[in-house]
Design a protein around this ligand. Structure first.
Ligand code: KIV
Ligand code: ZN
Length: 513
């Protein structure tokens, strides 16, 4: 059996099912390239039939990547499989990933189909996928609540039909490690042709056990783990890539398995995903949280000073965490800037690079010291945000202890310039009211968060606005040395995302099988 565990990243597909998540194609390409560079084996780029936006993203990623397998998800029906193939056919290494439920709960209450019919449909879909490409993955959704014998039969028949990877999802995050390891062992021992396919697992984190379950699975024969950066995903999320990879690396003495992930890329990738999605990483999150390598206790600090091995099981450098570095300043040229941006893993066009450079120069006028995080914020804000229906062109606010806060905002709406003013309870309220007046926006502001990107009073403020409308939630982000301007940018970014999501959904297909 292989000593390698394949890492299948589904940040762009299952991760996209996180509430508030929305990325444009350019943002998804940046993430996909970063994942490829990190050494991920398979990148699930999206669910092409779900919407035109998903299709476009999967197609664009397929055209870009050279090393990683690009997977497109498809329900087990012929139209979905064909659509997935259309999206990935230009990929250097295309994979169709098709799925259908295997649990009686899903068969009875959702699909309203018999076990026999579901099996037939699964096999037809796998065969269709195989007619397009050799690399076919089959998933038995809700596997952990399925009858074991039926599951084993389904997996065996999928392999006979041509599946080269068989995935066992814990769709609802119900399993516990011993039990899940046992299930994998059972399948390895009872599916006669299991040796012809790679066994994969896909765990959700509803009980906080996704990583533990994935580890139990690899110790029992699974050789692919599906996971996401920062563990984002549907509900409580998926197995966190950084945690499973580092658990395998740190405990190789016990488990004896490797991945191809270059672990030094973990932290920058985590930051990229968090900054693009606006989904913040909790400070005590393992591996990539702000406190993951911070030692507070005096006894621990004493031990560390004597020998790091006393309280550190891995070094921050192993996961690519280094101190914020003072990167560039007012006198830095294009060359140095370009090198720095490339070192973060961004792959920008000439125009994008120039846009970022101009924004950097503007920032240098406002801020003495420009850090890596500042540059990443610039790229996120100025270069790869979604195509703008709404654009902020001017913002001015008067406020103070004796004044009624008043905002004047000028915006372009579909290229048309509109300027107006309004009052508010505070400066941010005044800005948001004015933007609403211009755009006619009726969404609800669910959350408003302000952070400093780096230390110091001249730090850029990073603002996130979560808006909700008609069941859709989006997180907009904006940064600026002036937090009122950052707030305006974040609100407008959220409005653009909402518009993008609503337009994309008008092409959405029926979500049942
Ligand atoms: O959670 C799940 O079962 C899935 C499948 C589509 C693999 O995401
Ligand atoms: Zn899932």
């Amino acid at each position: 059996m292989s000593q390698f565990v394949k890492i299948f990243d589904t940040t762009l597909r299952d991760g996209e099912q996180s509430p508030g998540f929305s990325m444009n194609v350019a943002e998804k390409i940046q993430v996909a390239k970063r994942l490829e560079r990190m050494g991920v084996d398979v990148i699930e780029a999206g669910f092409p039939v779900a919407s035109q936006g998903d299709f476009d993203a999967v197609q664009a990623i397929s055209a870009e990547l050279k090393e990683a397998v690009v997977a497109g998800l498809a329900r087990a029906n012929l139209a979905d499989v064909d659509r997935a193939w259309q999206a990935i056919q230009e990929a250097a290494k295309p994979r169709i990933h098709t799925f259908i439920s295997s649990s009686d709960i899903h068969l009875e209450h959702q699909l309203k189909m018999s076990r026999k019919d579901v099996l037939k449909q699964a096999i037809k879909a796998v065969k269709k996928a195989k007619s397009h490409t050799d690399d076919v993955e089959f998933s038995a959704m809700d596997a952990t609540r399925s009858d074991r014998e039926y599951l084993a039969q389904m997996i065996g028949e999928a392999i006979d039909a041509g599946a080269t990877t068989v995935n066992i999802p814990d769709t609802v995050g119900y399993a516990v490690p011993g039990e899940f390891g046992e299930l994998i062992k059972y399948l390895v021992e009872n599916v006669a042709n299991i040796g012809e396919a790679v066994v994969s697992v896909h765990c959700h984190n509803d009980l906080g056990l996704a990583v533990a379950n994935s580890l139990a699975a690899v110790r029992n024969g699974a050789r692919q783990v599906e996971c996401t950066i920062n563990g984002i995903g549907e509900r409580a999320g998926n197995t966190a890539l950084e945690e499973i990879v580092m658990a395998l690396q740190v405990r190789r003495d016990l488990i004896g398995l490797n991945t191809r992930v270059q672990t030094e890329q973990i932290y920058p990738t985590s930051r990229l995903v968090s900054s693009i999605t606006g989904i913040r990483v909790q400070p005590n999150k393992a591996i990539v949280g702000a406190n993951a390598f911070a030692h507070e206790s005096g006894i621990h600090q004493d031990g560390l000073l004597k020998n790091k091995i006393t309280y550190e099981i891995m070094t921050p450098e192993t996961v690519g965490l280094s101190k914020s570095t003072l990167v560039l300043g007012k006198h830095s040229g294009r060359h140095a800037f370009r090198d720095r941006v490339k070192s973060f893993g961004y792959d920008l066009s000439e125009d994008q690079m120039e846009m970022a450079f101009q924004a950097f120069k503007n920032l240098c006028d406002l801020k003495k010291q420009v850090y890596d995080e500042d540059i990443e914020a610039i790229i996120g804000d100025e270069v790869i945000q979604i195509p703008d229906k709404y654009r902020l062109t001017f913002l001015s606010v008067t406020s103070g202890s004796e004044l009624i806060p008043t905002a004047t905002v000028q915006m372009e709406v579909d290229g048309k310039v509109i300027k107006t003013a309004d009052l508010g309870n505070g400066p941010v309220d005044a800005v948001f009211k004015t933007i609403k007046k211009i755009t006619g926006d009726t969404s609800n502001l669910v959350r408003y968060e302000v952070d400093a990107i780096t230390g110091g009073t001249d730090a850029q403020g990073s603002v996130k606005c979560t808006l909700e409308k008609d069941g859709l939630t989006v997180i907009g982000r904006g940064s600026d040395t002036d937090i009122i301007v950052a707030s305006g940018k974040a609100y407008i970014n959220a409005l653009n995302k909402l518009h993008y999501k609503r337009t994309d959904l008008t092409t959405d297909v029926d979500r049942t099988l």
